[in-house]
Design a protein around this ligand. Structure first.
Ligand SMILES: Cc1cc2nc3c(=O)[nH]c(=O)nc-3n(C[C@H](O)[C@H](O)[C@H](O)COP(=O)(O)OP(=O)(O)OC[C@H]3O[C@@H](n4cnc5c(N)ncnc54)[C@H](O)[C@@H]3O)c2cc1C
Ligand code: FES
Length: 512
């Protein structure tokens, strides 16, 4: 086992800066469409609209493409990652077939765009292997084969993947999947959008989005307003819908790490196993004779564990057992995915609005969902036929998913009860440098962090979305909200939607 000294959360992609010159919004402006959020969903949507001649303004509170898209592992896979058989149980064969078709079309679209625009982003078509996890039976593979055939997927059943101990495992091979470097791809798309008159604003928090009586949409930020014919809310978790969509999805944290590996040590392919949560593996070209192998998994519901070291150790042990060629650990990071109760994202007109569109709930398939969403929302805005819109319709009801709905909505109920529990420490004086903890202060709970220099940051422990009790994440040095996925920096700045406002200050004296 390695002794990886770098404790930062840093993905393999983060060295690439997308639209690095984007400045904060500082005046009022007008455009055809305003896109809020600049991950794969936002930038892909802006690209689709820009090439149709629309003027698009994109706004992000952070760096451009600095959200979950910078933390992905970028498998471009068409089979539902919650299993096709599970999707059929909830949505039936017809919708599942359309889901599969749309995810395949997203890979096609990325291939087409990177070809047409001559983007060097390490895009490859390759096989995807779903393999039977060690010490499990092969029934999942049997069921999945039958389900894959029902939705018209190209699939082959075989035995063995090129990993140790896996020579006899049952496997499904899905041809013509894909992978790429997500930020190289988005950097090029952003440059095209800018060259055709689009504008990017980084460091600009969108505080509200309103639809006026004349149908125009007004997006307000601290630096000015943008008035547009339409707005697309691609903030990963929606800031436009306070409650309804959030009850139909749940945030899960997932972990990834990269190892150096000798070129050609394992075939270039996508691999994922049948466990829940599943392990996922892909390669990324490196320099000279070295590539990277990226391994991910070890998911848990956001905020329900703060043991990243243990999870990385278990991922590393799993990787070294199955792929003995892996060498040094080069990167480790984590991020969050939003799992909907019926496994497809919510994409389309925001319920109750005519000209506000939403994109969220893209599960472990946010790359392909991002591109499907761009195709659907741009078609709706352009007044064209939006193929696959019914699969992702945000206001849909899925009666068969009621079990998942109840399970996921127990989290907020349990969470509010935490306000009655004692703090993790009895006084701020007990808080060590570099640590965060919840401290009871009279009737309220304080989210307290002490930096390495000893400075105390004390904020309310109530999430500014709808008030859930936050949990400390020591690996990411942030506060996670288990209810709907907001993250806050140690000083209370929101990092991940749906929260928009910073944590309230807390009046507590330090006891150094
Ligand atoms: C470790 C990991 C591995 C993954 N692996 C895969 C994979 O292999 N394949 C796959 O398909 N998917 C994968 N995913 C999922 C995928 O990466 C995400 O679903 C996808 O990147 C989400 O893109 P997005 O554009 O919706 O959101 P983001 O990239 O998060 O973009 C949203 C943006 O909105 C901005 N924003 C939020 N609130 C505001 C506001 N109020 N004002 C202004 N801006 C705001 C944020 O700053 C952010 O930049 C993985 C995710 C993780 C974490
Ligand atoms: S994200 Fe909804 S209460 Fe925190």
């Amino acid at each position: 086992m390695s002794h990886f000294a770098d404790r930062r959360s840093r993905s393999l992609w983060m060295e690439v800066a997308v639209a690095p010159n984007a400045a904060p919004l500082q005046s009022d402006s007008e455009c055809d469409v305003v896109v809020i959020g600049t991950g794969i969903a936002g930038i892909s949507t802006a690209y689709e609209l820009t090439i149709e001649g629309l003027r698009v303004t994109l706004i992000d509170r952070s760096d451009i493409a600095g959200g979950m898209t910078a933390r992905t592992t970028a498998h471009l896979g068409s089979p539902c990652d919650d299993l096709i058989s599970a999707l059929i149980r909830l949505r039936g064969e017809d919708v599942s077939r359309l889901f599969h078709e749309s995810q395949s079309a997203a890979i096609d679209r990325i291939e087409e765009v990177q070809n047409r625009e001559s983007i060097e982003c390490d895009f490859r078509r390759l096989d995807g292997y779903l393999f039977q996890a060690l010490n499990t039976d092969s029934k999942i593979i049997d069921d999945e084969l039958e389900a894959a055939r029902k939705v018209g997927a190209h699939v082959h059943r075989l035995v063995g993947v090129p990993f140790s101990h896996c020579e006899q495992q049952h496997v499904l091979r899905y041809p013509r999947q894909g992978t790429f470097h997500p930020l190289k791809y988005l950097k090029a798309l952003a440059a095209i959008v800018e060259a055709k008159g689009g504008t990017f604003h980084a460091g600009t928090v969108v505080e509200s989005i309103e639809e006026r009586d004349d149908g125009k949409v007004v997006v307000s930020t601290g630096g000015g307003k943008v008035v547009a014919r339409a707005a697309v809310v691609a903030t990963n978790s929606p800031i436009v819908d306070r409650f309804a969509l959030h009850t139909k999805m749940a945030p899960y944290r997932t972990y990834a790490m990269a190892f150096s590996i000798r070129k050609d040590a394992i075939p270039d392919a996508l691999y994922w196993d049948t466990l829940d949560p599943y392990h996922y593996v892909r390669l990324q070209p490196g320099e000279g004779q070295t590539d990277y192998v990226i391994v991910g998994g070890a998911d848990h519901k956001s905020g329900e564990a703060d043991d990243a070291e243990v999870r990385f150790q278990s991922l590393e042990a799993w990787a070294r057992n199955l792929i003995p060629h892996v060498q040094d650990v080069t990167h480790r990071w984590s991020g969050q995915v939003l799992e909907t109760i019926d496994y497809a994202g919510f994409i389309g007109r925001n319920p109750g609005n005519d000209n506000i569109y939403v994109h969220t709930g893209d599960s472990g398939q946010g790359m392909t969902h991002g591109v499907v969403g761009a195709m659907i929302n741009s078609a709706l805005i352009l007044g064209r036929d939006a193929k696959w819109a019914e699969v992702y319709e945000p206001s849909r009801k899925t009666p068969a998913a009621v079990g998942n709905f109840i399970k996921e909505n127990l989290t907020p109920l349990k969470n509010f009860a935490e306000y009655l529990a004692p703090g993790e420490l009895s006084a701020v004086g007990d808080l060590k440098a570099g640590h965060g903890a919840i401290i009871r202060h009279g009737l309220s709970k304080i989210a307290a962090y002490r930096d390495e220099a000893g400075k105390l940051y004390a904020r309310s422990a109530a999430c500014t979305h709808i008030g859930c009790h936050l949990h400390w994440n020591s690996f990411e040095t942030c506060w996670d909200c288990p209810c709907h996925g907001s993250h806050f920096a140690f000083d209370g700045t929101p990092l991940n939607a749906p929260a928009v406002s910073p944590l309230a200050g807390a009046d507590i004296a330090d006891q150094p």
